[in-house]
Design a protein around this ligand. Structure first.
Ligand SMILES: *Cc1c(COP(=O)(O)O)cnc(C)c1O
Length: 240
């Protein structure tokens, strides 16, 4: 299959999973996780009216985004974001899914205020409690969500998580259910500036389960673009 065909096949599987769960397929976005993939290959996957491209590394985003602009693409940032790279990321990212600490909120707010604009974000929650992964711990999610909602430049639309790496079906399901539970709990707070409708969860190996559990954004890399040469730890480890 070509990249275009693979992309459409994934979309098709998403739609089937949604219908099986009595959900509207239009409520679930396919986010292309394009780390290590070159723009000409990414372009083959831009087969819809509107497309979503997500990068983990600032350098990759800044290099590739200008080449893909105009292809009906919304750019998401899904990697660990260092505060000293915020200004650079904001030049290209339409959406940041990985807001996970107060210092990052401060820096984003300061830069966005200076630019006189707002940004759609998700708060990343570490539902697997793995040390190697970023995200606020579920116990601290409420405090951080409250903090975010005090900054009017940031529109908190929901939560993002990476399921347990190499987890079993039930471990992964537990991560996704925990993200839902955190969202439901946060909704009861009626935070200003927060909608909490989006749950970004599910990757190549578990997106159907994620959709069954309430995902509204699945982030797909391998199933469309093939295996990567770098292990994911390269992208998920702060020291690399
Ligand atoms: C790489 C990556 C994905 C996609 O993973 P695949 O298993 O290749 O589909 C999703 N989310 C994040 C944060 C990633 O880094």
């Amino acid at each position: 299959m070509t990249i275009s065909e693979k992309t459409k096949a994934i979309r098709n599987r998403m739609d089937i999973a949604a219908l099986k769960a009595n959900r509207n397929p239009n409520d679930i976005k396919l986010i292309l996780a394009t780390k290590t993939v070159e723009p000409e290959v990414i372009r083959s996957a831009l087969v819809f009216e509107k497309n979503f491209v997500a990068e983990n590394k600032v350098q990759e985003l800044t290099r590739k985004a200008p080449q893909l602009k105009g292809d009906k693409v919304e750019f998401h940032f899904i990697g660990h974001l260092q505060t000293n790279k915020v200004k650079e990321v904001l030049k290209y990212a339409d959406y940041i899914q990985s807001v996970d600490r107060k210092g990052l909120v401060d820096t984003l707010h300061k830069q966005l205020s200076a630019e006189g604009r707002t940004l759609n974000i998700l708060m990343q929650v570490n539902t697997s409690y793995e040390e190697s992964k970023f995200g606020v711990s579920p116990d601290e999610a409420e405090a951080l969500a409250k903090y975010i909602s005090q900054h009017e430049t940031l529109h908190l639309n929901g939560l993002m998580t990476i399921g347990k790496f190499g987890g079993t079906y039930s471990e992964t399901q537990a991560c996704f259910q925990l993200l839902c539970a955190v969202r439901n709990q946060l909704e009861t707070l009626n935070l200003p500036n927060a909608k909490l409708t989006e749950l970004s969860m599910g990757m190549s190996g578990d997106f159907e389960l994620a959709i069954e559990t309430g995902s509204t954004m699945v982030r797909i890399g391998t199933a469309i673009f093939g295996e990567r040469i770098y292990p994911d730890s390269y992208y998920w480890d702060e020291n690399k």
